[in-house]
Design a protein around this ligand. Structure first.
Ligand code: PEP
Ligand code: MG
Length: 832
């Protein structure tokens, strides 16, 4: 270009822009037209023979420099420019005459001097230093930080700053600037896509203040440039083997490419492009490459409705507990929510936290919002299981009498809110939503993922009903890794039965309640086994933290003090007080409950075996795995195992049930069923003593929710809302360990428990069923730790299938994949 910065006669102008590894559109600052000053603007005018252009560039530079480098508010500059346009009687930026531009340049400089107490810097090297520092600084600006948080881009990555010679789209009407994509980033459709503006600089396109024209129009106005741009797009795609975004400028009919990068895209576009590009007449990428380009967000965006558009004002922020967006009128009790839904209203249930008593309201709601609780709290786990959007632990919320307040804004019962359960954002009012429609490419990409992970890492679902199980299977689950039998009692009609069992005063009361439970459980098991016919179903025996199943002592105490209690409520209140535990999550849970109520597990196994044998009689192929929760010692496990074996033997000794289906041939023989018996590993002790526990367990399933709770000593219901933000902000933890498994602590325990378990029992099957089983980063760790399967909520299954394939691609297949030889792997899960 043979020009130099600071040459007053023929100045080289430069742009100073960020060069971060990942695109952060609009989040980082840029300074254009740098190098202009009171002398060189005249040189530029002379060189170009275009005074208007030179002064337009200078006024742009002063305003941009003032805003970005000197941190002055932009409005004063904007309103002066608007006034100048009005004076000139035009609405077009390009039609402001040079006299007014000269006047603007003077006025702009005065604004700078008034605010900073110093004249606008005239020396190009001083300008350059200021601009470079400002662009670096913008890495730590609030916009950029928020964007990186959302996109999970590391904050310590840093950015480059590029200083680039300028060309000018604002030279004349034979010039222009634009943003182009090599394919449509919204739909994935092949062919150039983008916008341009005649006689403008890049900032005008990005700022959206002037109406842009589509790239297809370029063909009419600049046919040569259009042909050249299309050829460049082709070359870029062949080089990067992907869709690229570009910024370009046309200066007096000549095309200049300013920047390119692999382009951002919507989920639907990502899937379509991945599938299209595998074809040999397209870019011919491999299926593995196609699978590795799809992210969790891409899948979520086609599986769940989302906010249409962006820029909605956040009313309250919490934890994104269950992805998807929901809109509804707020109600504060489950009964009110259910009643409103029955009237045909769209409802969002707002609670401090939820318990099994709220389940009917949760079921009726489009979305769930709680002020307290974490990612593995009741509300989060239940909502995720049903694929219902949920934001939990929004600690800013203050619930009053039929009102809820966040900051200054109070909402009343019946007001509208919209929530984004992926981002954890709540907006007051109704936000339009996009529909959830997995495109055909969704199934194609996931089938490729399945080919890659086959024999390496299986994906099961956590499902508690036949309906959930059928849904999970439709989404590609290869069995059930966790059926939480306590969730079967969440229904309004069943909760009293569980309470009767827990609170029974005499053996006969207890036996009666158990019998009632057996009958309902048997039916539930039947439908689950039918939905998962031929695939393994892991049924976990009852593990209720008792506080989740008892009425709230606080609410009853309140009622007692105000309107008084009914005799039944009095009985419940007394019993609930008697069972009250200071720390119920560490109390009478899991196998401990079995120890003090020995008939309980036998009843459950009996119900399960009756259902399984009925399935056999009906021509089905049930594969049953029985799992004991919260085991900490071999002796505990051996005792529970004995109960299960006895109940299985007793069931097998009975006559085979008759087929219930017409036309089904009666099964031959007695219909004897083999079941495998295993345990959850949910405490550090169980992981450390896994070698002993494996003596009496055929499989392990890591319950990483409790394992995280107990490894950190972080109450899973309390710490996330209250302190996790501070921990993350201060960098005390890299990620919320209830969301992404903690590699250094919990991850090590998973690996160690697996190794020790297999040292005693090489054939030990090992999986994970905590909420981490649906998280891609955690799945990668579990694969490296040698696990056989992950299990997650049904709607996470597609994400888990994809992530499992990506884990296999990252670490390579297991030696002898498809066979159990894989067990010999010894790589460390992590060192962090
Ligand atoms: C776990 O602790 O990880 C688990 C799956 O069990 P729950 O969440 O039911 O305690
Ligand atoms: Mg648990």
């Amino acid at each position: 270009m043979s020009k130099s910065v600071g040459d007053a006669d023929d100045p080289l102008l430069v742009s100073v822009r960020s060069g971060a590894k990942f695109s952060m559109p609009g989040m980082m600052d840029t300074v254009l037209n740098l190098g202009l000053n009171d002398d060189s603007v005249e040189g530029l005018a002379k060189q170009t023979g275009d005074e208007r252009f030179a002064f337009d560039s200078y006024r742009r530079f002063i305003a941009m420099y003032a805003r970005i480098v000197l941190d002055l508010p932009g409005e004063e500059f904007d309103s002066l420019f608007e006034a100048a346009k009005e004076l000139a009687g035009t609405t077009s930026d390009a039609k402001v005459p040079v006299e007014l531009l000269r006047y603007l340049v003077d006025s702009y400089q005065q604004i700078v001097e008034r605010h900073t107490g110093a004249p606008f810097p005239q020396k190009p090297d001083e300008q350059l230093r200021g601009a470079i520092e400002a662009v670096f600084r913008s890495w730590n600006g609030p916009r950029a930080i928020a964007y990186r948080d959302r996109e999970r881009i590391a904050h310590d990555l840093g950015t480059a700053v590029n200083v680039q010679a300028m060309v000018f789209g604002n030279r004349d009407d034979n010039s222009g600037t634009g943003v182009g994509f090599t394919r449509d980033p919204a739909t994935g459709t092949k062919g150039a896509y983008g916008d341009f503006l005649v006689n403008a600089q890049g900032e005008d396109v990005v700022a959206g203040i002037r109406n842009t024209e589509p790239i297809s129009e370029l063909k009419k106005q600049f046919p040569k440039v259009h042909a050249e741009l299309t050829a460049i797009f082709d070359r870029l795609e062949k080089h990067y083997k992907d869709m690229c975004d570009t910024e370009f400028t046309i200066e007096q009919g000549k095309l200049w490419m300013l920047q390119t990068r692999v382009g951002k895209r919507t989920g639907a576009a990502a899937l379509k492009m991945a599938v299209d590009m595998v074809r040999s007449n397209d870019l011919g990428i491999s299926k593995a490459e196609a699978v590795s380009r799809i992210t969790e967000d891409h899948l979520d965006s086609v599986l769940h409705p989302q906010f249409a558009g962006s820029g909605y004002e956040t009313w309250a922020k919490g934890l994104g507990a269950s992805p998807g967006a929901a809109v509804g009128r707020i109600y504060f009790t489950a009964d009110d929510a259910a009643a409103a839904a029955a009237r045909g209203e769209q409802v969002v249930l707002v609670r401090n936290e939820t318990s099994p008593e709220d389940v009917h309201g949760m079921l009726a709601a489009e979305g769930i919002l709680t002020a307290r609780g974490g990612l593995v709290s009741h509300a989060a786990v239940v909502a995720r299981g049903w694929g219902k959007p949920a934001v939990v632990g929004a600690e800013v919320l203050r619930l009053g009498d039929h009102t809820v307040t966040a900051g200054e804004v109070m909402l009343y019962e019946g007001d509208w809110v919209s929530l984004d359960g992926g981002a954890g954002v709540v907006v007051a009012g109704q936000v339009p939503l996009t529909a959830a429609e997995p495109p055909p490419a969704f199934a194609t990409v996931l089938s490729w993922a399945d080919e890659i992970r086959k024999g390496n890492l299986a994906v099961r679902a956590n499902a508690d009903t036949g309906e959930d199980a059928a849904n999970a299977r439709r989404l590609g689950a290869e069995g059930i890794g966790l059926c939480r039998t306590e969730h079967m009692f969440l229904g309004e009609d069943r909760l009293p039965v569980v309470r009767r069992m827990i609170l029974a005063h005499s053996p006969s009361d207890e036996a009666e309640a158990l019998e009632e439970l057996r009958l309902v459980q048997r039916e539930d098991f039947l439908s689950i086994l039918e939905a998962m016919d031929g695939l393994p179903v892991t049924v976990r025996l009852l593990d209720p933290p008792l506080h989740e199943f008892l009425p709230s002592t606080w609410e009853l105490a309140h009622k007692e003090a105000t309107v008084g209690l009914t005799p039944e409520e009095r009985r419940l209140y007394d019993a609930a007080m008697a069972w009250r535990e200071a720390n119920p999550m560490l109390g009478t849970r899991g196998v401990r409950l079995g120890v003090i109520k020995p008939g309980l597990y036998a009843m459950q196994v009996r119900a399960l075996m009756e259902a399984a044998r009925q399935r056999v009689a009906d021509g089905g192929h049930p594969i049953v795995e029985i799992m004991i929760p919260l085991t900490v010692t071999r002796e505990e496990m051996a005792l529970a195992r004995r109960w299960v074996e006895e109940a299985v033997a007793a069931a097998n000794a009975e006559a085979a049930p008759k087929p219930t289906r017409r036309g089904t041939k009666a099964a031959t023989g007695r219909g004897v069923l083999e079941v495998s018996i295993g345990t959850m590993i949910e405490t550090p002790r169980a992981a450390l003593r896994a070698d002993e526990i494996a003596e009496v367990a055929e499989f392990f399933s890591f319950g990483t929710n409790d394992l995280t709770q107990m490894t950190f000593g972080f109450s899973r219901d309390d710490v996330e809302g209250r302190m996790m933000d501070a921990y993350l902000e201060l960098g005390l933890l890299p990620r919320n360990p209830f969301e992404v498994v903690d590699a250094g602590g919990v991850g090590e325990l998973v690996q160690l428990g697996t190794e020790r378990g297999r040292s005693t029992r090489p054939s030990l099957k090992v999986g994970v069923c905590g909420e981490h089983g649906g998280d891609p980063a955690s799945i990668d760790l579990f694969y490296r730790a040698g696990l056989d399967y992950v299990s997650c909520s049904p709607f996470r299954v597609p994400v888990a299938r994809l992530a499992a394939a990506q884990a296999v691609l990252a670490s390579g297949p297991r030696p002898g994949a498809g066979a159990t030889g894989a067990r010999k792997r010894s790589s460390r899960a992590t060192s962090g």
